[in-house]
Design a protein around this ligand. Structure first.
Ligand code: SF4
Length: 123
């Protein structure tokens, strides 16, 4: 027998209270024990996740367009980077002589640059 909800042209026996309760019971049984679990949050990135720095010595350092003149790199390695007031950062002409002794600091400046415009080539 077809039960109709008042005012609903498409109502069938699927709308009856008994049918709805049975459907709910079936759904509960279907999903019992296999509810989706929340995924564990991704661990925060740390310096351990960074790609390894090449063992080869630094061959070239340059600055791409987009420097915001924050002077952070100059604070880390003043022997290599120069940031004049209101000007983009430049690599000092005699910077190459510090590529060996200041390699780690140069890599740190590259990592810490807020706009990631410091480029380092190893070779
Ligand atoms: S850290 Fe990056 S943005 Fe800041 S002065 Fe140096 S190159 Fe420019």
């Amino acid at each position: 027998m077809i039960a109709r909800r008042p005012g609903c042209a498409f109502a069938t026996d699927a709308w009856s209270a008994g049918a709805l309760a049975a459907r709910r019971r079936r759904r509960r049984a279907d999903f019992a024990g296999r509810r989706p679990r929340r995924l564990a949050p991704e661990p925060a990135a740390s310096h351990h996740d960074l790609p390894p720095v090449s063992d080869a010595p630094i061959k070239k350092v340059w600055i791409e367009a987009g420097c915001i003149s924050c002077k952070l790199c100059q604070d880390i390695v003043p022997q290599v980077f120069l940031v004049d007031d209101d000007k983009d950062c430049v690599v000092k002409p005699d910077a190459a002589q510090h590529f060996v002794g200041k390699a780690e600091d140069i890599e740190q400046a590259k990592r810490d640059c807020p706009v990631e415009v410091i480029q380092v080539e190893h070779g």
